[in-house]
Design a protein around this ligand. Structure first.
Ligand SMILES: [Zn+2]
Length: 436
């Protein structure tokens, strides 16, 4: 009797399951790496699908049962990463099924699989395209069904000035370019220790990089934030303290106007969205939108950095300042400028040369950046995926085993997720608390 009941229940849920199969295709993401191009369709539910290739011209056809497109299935904004995919089209077939056609740049060998929800991602259909003449395995391996790795948040750390541009000079001859590099390197080291974050240095030696190239380098690194490190100077030697700047709104809009006016240089302004084929009005709207979102993020992270700096020492002003600095004019990468201290103040000049103080400044800048990205992690990042699993800010007296038992998570798991090599935890550090 019991077995009979179970069969009935199974049959019934089976029917329900089939009825609930209709899925929405919400989005297409592509990502080209040196050995393959990955296309990911974000789905509202798991699907049944078929996949085959056609030649002359090369195409990959994906037929998805009982599905609709509700989002954008195109390459807009991802042109840089489209790799072997030259175009994407879709159409409904027999009023029910969805056909997605990938036009391909060359003959490829596809591999495909479905992924179940993980982190910030829902159901996904993943298609990996390998060049047909490469030697990659055609057989689906266990490794292929691993969830996609979430990317790290990338911070571009820029040491102000350099080379023939010494920056400001201290009362005792310290060159700004030297202390900015020392601090920037320490910021990079501190950020690289943060789970889910990685830093790149815009310059790593004593040479000059033109301002616009600085954020072009940041964008090439796909940075989520550009932070440029400086030391202030003023004629009055008593003036002291750190300051944090973002681009002023006026500076932002005049820069937008200027860049749009530059003939033939309108593409690639908004994270790879080409503006060339759009008229100037639309282009300017897009650019302003992008810039105002960028400014909002800049302002948030700047406030976090300022409040972290206030714990290290005096700040020059107790609010984030805005100015029309050339190095902050990136339209799509949130940017801030940190004046670490006044090099013209003899006492601060001395401290700026002290590796211990440099480390303190670097730790404060890092903690502000960490706090920002823990609160507002960009989608698709490891931080975004793990934030939902809860966090714990280490307080005085906390121990790893105490935290582990509070959240009923093994110590080893907390250490693994936070990349801790030992049981030492810093007060104020934000630990990601994994679930399950
Ligand atoms: Zn400077």
């Amino acid at each position: 009797m019991l077995r009979f009941l179970i069969t009935i229940v199974t049959l019934f849920t089976g029917v329900l399951f089939t009825a609930a199969q209709a899925a929405d295709v919400k989005n297409l993401r592509v990502w080209a790496s040196p050995d393959k191009t990955r296309a990911v369709l974000d789905l509202s539910a798991s699907v049944e699908y078929k996949l085959f290739t056609l030649s002359n011209p090369e195409r990959l056809v994906v037929d998805i049962e009982a599905s609709d497109v509700v989002g954008e299935l195109d390459l807009a904004g991802q042109e840089k990463y489209q790799g072997l995919v030259s175009n994407v089209r879709h159409a409904k077939r027999s009023n029910q099924d969805l056909r997605v056609v990938f036009d391909l740049a060359e003959n490829t060998r596809p591999q495909s699989f479905l992924l179940t929800p993980a982190g910030d991602y829902g159901h996904r259909l993943v298609v990996d395209l390998f060049p047909a003449n490469s030697t990659k395995p055609t057989v689906r391996t266990v490794k292929d069904v691993q969830p996609e790795p979430e990317r790290e948040v990338v911070i571009a750390v820029d040491a102000g000035h350099g080379g023939e541009d010494p920056g400001a000079l201290g009362a005792n001859g310290t060159k700004e370019k030297k202390v900015t590099l020392a601090i920037a390197k320490k910021v990079k080291a501190a950020i690289d220790k943060e789970p889910g974050m990685r830093a790149v240095l815009i310059r790593d030696g004593d040479y000059y990089v033109p301002n616009r190239q600085r954020f072009e380098k940041a964008r090439k690194a796909r940075a989520d934030l550009f932070v440029t490190v400086h030391a202030d100077a003023f004629t009055k030697r008593s003036v002291r303290g750190s300051s944090v700047y973002i681009l002023s709104r006026r500076g932002a809009s005049s820069e937008a106007a200027k860049r749009l006016a530059e003939n033939g240089n309108r593409s690639d302004l908004i994270g790879g969205v080409s503006l060339d084929d759009k008229d100037v009005v639309l282009a300017s709207v897009l650019l302003n939108l992008s810039q105002s979102a960028t400014l909002q993020e800049s302002h948030h992270v700047a406030e976090e950095v300022l409040s972290a700096l206030q714990k290290v020492g005096k700040t020059h002003k107790n609010y984030v300042e805005s100015a029309n600095f050339a190095m902050l004019k990136s339209p799509d990468v949130p940017s801030l400028l940190v004046e670490t201290a006044f090099i013209s103040n003899p006492e601060e000049e001395k401290r700026l040369n002290d590796p211990k103080y440099q480390r303190k400044l670097a730790a404060a800048i890092t903690s502000g950046i960490r706090s920002h990205f823990h609160q507002r992690p960009p989608p698709g990042t490891w931080l975004a995926a793990n934030r939902k699993q809860g966090q714990h800010i280490v307080a005085r007296g906390d121990t790893l085993s105490g935290i582990a038992s509070r959240y009923s998570v093994p110590v080893a798991r907390i250490k693994e997720v936070n990349r801790l090599n030992n049981d030492v935890i810093r007060i104020g550090a934000v630990l990601v608390i994994p679930t399950g």
